[in-house]
Ligand binder design. Sequence first.
Ligand code: AMP
Length: 449
Amino acid sequence: MIMCPFWLHMNETCRGHMQFQDLKLIEPLLRAVRAEGYTEPTPIQAQAIPHVLAGKDLIGCAQTGTGKTAAFALPILQRLMGASSGRPKGTIRVLVLSPTRELAAQIGDSFTAYGRGTGLRSIVIYGGVGQQPQVDAVRRGADILVATPGRLLDLMNQGVVHLNQIEVFVLDEADRMLDMGFIHDVRRVIKALPTRRQTLLFSATMPQDIQDLADRILINPMRVEVTPQATTVDKVDQSVFFVDKQNKRALLEHLLGDKAIRRALVFTRTKHGANKLVQQLDRAHIQAEAIHGNKSQTARERALANFKSGKTRVLVATDIAARGIDVEDVTHVINYDLPNEPESYVHRIGRTARAGASGTAYSFCDAEERKYLQDIEKLIRLRVPPVAEHPYAEVYSGPAVAPSKPARSPRPANARYTPAPQANKSPRRRNRSRRPGDSSSRSQYSNQD
Ligand code: AMP
C-alpha cells in the first residue's frame, strides 16, 4: 500500500497533535499501522475512528485516497476484538459492500494488513471469477466479508452466505454504487441484514438520492467530511489541450513521445473506446493495455500487474474500472475524453500525485466537451491552463460556453492564448498557460521545472 497524500493536508487541529495512540487503538492495530508506515491518522481517520469505536452510525463524505478504508477497518477490527458476541468463531459479523471488484480486493487487502495481529479473518467475494474458491472460503468461516453486490446475492440465494449475524455494515462508495445501477441489489442485501446493527456509509459526493438512502438505513448518524478536492487538484500539474476529436489519437502519440511520461493512466469514456485506443497505440509500438468491466477478472489483474511492474507504460481505463486503483508513481493521467461528471475528473487526476508526490494531468477537450470542462473548472474552482501551442491545436476563437464564475486564474480557455510576460506571471505557476517550449526535466508540457 502507498502512503496517503492527505495526511500532509490535515487541518491545524489535527496536524502535529493527533496520533494513532490518541485514538485509543489497541496495540496490535497500532503495530499494524506502524508496519504500514503511517505516522499520523489522516483527517477522515481522526474524525471517524472515535465514532465507529463508540458504535455510532456514520456518514463519511470522502473519496478514495483519503485513507477512508483504515477509517472504518481499524475501529471495526477493534470492535470485533473487544465484543464478546457469543457467536461462534468464523461467523460473518461484518459486511462491507463495494461497487467494484478492484476496490473490494483492496479493502480485503487492507483488512488483512491491519488485522494481522488480531486473529480475525476476512474474505472477499466478487463476480467475474469462478465461485467455488469463494464458496469454500465462506465455508471455512470468516469474521469479515467484503463483497460486490451481484456475487453476494448469488451466494445468498444459493444459501452459502447468511447475513443474519451481521453487527456492522459498511456501504462503501455509495454514490458510485448508485451510478452503476446497483441500488436494487443494495436494497435486497440490506433487507437481509438484522435491523440492530451499526451502519457506516461512505460516499465521495452526497447527492439527494444518497441522502435519502442514508436517511432510510442509518440511525442518528454522525457525519464526518473531508473535502480533498482542492488539495488534490492543487498537487497536480494540470493542463488542457483543445483538439479536434479526430486528432486526439495523434496528439496522444505525440505526447507519449516524451520519455518523461513513464507511467500513464489514460481515460476514455467507453470500453469500446479503450479497446480501440489500445489497438491504435499498439500499431504505433506503444505498449498499452486496457482495463474495463468487459475484461475478465484475470485480464484486469494481469493488466494492472503489468502496469504496476512497469512492463506496460500506458493503461487505458474507463472511470469505473479505475475506481480504487492504487498504483504508486503514475507520472501522468491523460483524459483522452473528458468525463461528463466533474467529480470523475477529481477522482481521475487523484491517481497521480499519490504518496505526497506531485503529478501531471493532461486533458483533451474537443468542441463537444467544452461544457464538461466548464463544469470541472467550476467544481475545482480553478481554470485549467490551456496549452497554447501544440501540433494538433484546434483553431478556437473563444469559449463556446459562457465563462464559469471566477476561477482562480482569470485566463480565457483559448488555445491561441499567449502567456503573460514574466513579470506579470501569476504567482501560482501551475495556473499559467503553457507552450511546447516550456520544457522541464519531467515533460515538455509540464511546468515543474
Ligand atoms: P484509501 O482512501 O483507503 O484508499 O487509502 C489511500 C491510501 O492511503 C492507501 O494506499 C493507504 O495505504 C494510505 N493510507 C491510509 N491511511 C494512511 C495514513 N494514516 N498515513 C499514510 N497513508 C495512509
